[in-house]
Design a binder for this molecule. Structure first.
Ligand code: SF4
Length: 434
């Protein structure tokens, strides 16, 4: 069926059954964080904010682009028709197409992905398929930017819904970082000491814009992920007396604590306040200046939830992501990247009980794959990442069918003046060794 011929007589897609099948949402919305999760993403495209879900109340959205209205043929297609259309388009495009799916995507997106992984794994996959002319990235905006930086110039990276941003990434803008850097270097100077170490080096989490990655690359800085943050911090301390770590304060604090940095030497930078709300003494004394950003999904996890999980099952193992607050990481039995959590669930002995503190869509998928174990989300309220949620099969079918018709829509292109610096920061990360 072509993109222009709506399916006569088909029921309109109601989003709830799709989500229920995908992330295990119950048939009612009592235990979800937002009744707006009933709405399909295209009803949210024209609205400000991030939409319903864990990021709904976060400040600082930076529009990634203007998502054009989705044609009615896609909005009204049911789940079966969309899956058929995606499969047909994939078959028509063959090896010219690479579809990447983040762990937090819905099952009906993951089902069509050539590779599923975290942002770092997917970025690497980008470099392994030079034959693919189009890379459709089912994730969020900063991931598609990274894929564009790492891929060849003649490969088009496509984000199915331009409104799929990341509220954490949007909590640090390039203007704020430039201002912070100018204020900090005015206090600390910008000359190396007798040992050749700089007074300050920037580390940015993968979850940041390409412009911020470029800023870091141009100042001797580096990118990190949740799986290599400790190695990257060591790398930076070998080259500088202190670092500014952005945008996730929790990953920065948890990594600093694990490296033995005391909390009082990790002050919190408030980007809207003069000198970040700090004194010059605090800045001078700091080892890690933490940016006041967070992941709204992982910030939901609490020590109370851990206590309740242990009360319900004394044998439960609690595993959390390092984007969780430090007291949650301290109280858990283990902490690590999304891929660490996935591997832990897959390797758990039969009969194990796990309570996992990460995005609920992934936890429900892990639970479905291990019926011989009890795997639950630490947060009893179902609250998916509202920006990952913006990628729906209707958008995937649309971008793929446009590709079949010879049209590239929703291409993510990192400007040339940003590409070199961000590639440098990413390359340093890939080459950093423990
Ligand atoms: S889970 Fe958190 S860090 Fe990841 S895309 Fe969603 S808001 Fe951003």
């Amino acid at each position: 069926m072509s993109a222009s011929s709506p399916p006569p007589g088909r029921p309109a897609a109601t989003n709830l059954p799709v989500k229920a099948a995908t992330i295990g949402l119950p048939a009612t919305t009592e235990s979800t964080c937002d009744a707006g999760l009933r709405r399909p993403p295209w009803e949210l495209d024209a609205l400000p904010g991030y939409g319903p879900g864990a990021s709904a109340g976060d400040p600082g959205r930076v529009p990634a682009g203007v998502q054009p209205p989705l044609p009615a043929a896609y909005r009204t297609a049911d789940a079966t028709e969309l899956a058929d259309r995606i499969r047909a388009a994939r078959a028509a495009l063959g090896d010219r197409l690479l579809v990447l799916g983040h762990f937090y995507q819905r099952d009906e997106i993951v089902a069509h992905a050539d590779f599923v992984g975290d942002s770092f794994q997917l970025a690497r996959r980008t470099t392994e398929r030079p034959d693919a002319r189009a890379i459709v990235f089912c994730g969020v905006h900063f991931m598609a930017e990274t894929a564009d930086i790492l891929s060849a110039p003649d490969q088009a990276v496509i984000l199915p819904n331009l409104n799929a941003g990341c509220s954490m990434a949007d909590m640090a803008t390039i203007a704020q970082l430039r201002s912070a850097w100018a204020q900090l270097t005015a206090v600390l100077g910008d000359e190396p000491d007798a040992d050749g170490r700089m007074p300050l080096l920037p580390i940015t989490y993968m979850n940041s814009s390409a412009a911020i990655k470029a800023f870091c690359g141009e100042r001797g800085g580096i990118v990190c992920t949740s799986s290599n943050a400790a190695t990257v911090l060591d790398w930076a301390f070998a080259r500088a007396r202190r670092v500014i770590f952005l945008p996730d304060q929790h990953l920065g604090r948890n990594t600093g604590r694990a490296a033995g940095v005391p909390d009082e030497r990790m002050p919190l930078w408030q980007p809207r306040e003069p000198l970040g709300g700090l004194t010059e003494q605090q800045v001078a004394h700091a080892r890690i200046i933490l940016w006041n950003g967070w992941c709204s999904v992982h910030r939901r996890f609490t020590t109370d939830q851990i206590a309740r999980a242990r009360q319900a099952d004394p044998n439960v193992r609690v595993l959390v992501h390092p984007e969780c607050p430090a007291e949650v990481v301290d109280a858990a039995d283990g902490a690590g990247s999304t891929d660490y959590l996935r591997r832990a669930a897959e390797a758990a002995p039969p009969g194990s009980s796990l309570a996992i503190g990460t995005e609920v869509t992934l936890v429900h998928r892990l639970a479905a794959a291990r019926p011989d174990c009890t795997i639950t989300c630490l947060d009893p309220v179902v609250c998916p990442c509202s920006t990952m949620y913006r990628i729906h099969p209707a958008y995937l079918a649309w971008v793929l069918e446009r590709l079949v018709a010879g049209e590239v829509v929703n291409r993510i292109t990192v400007p040339d003046d940003v590409r070199a610096g961000s590639a440098l920061a990413l390359r340093r990360m890939l080459e950093a060794r423990p």
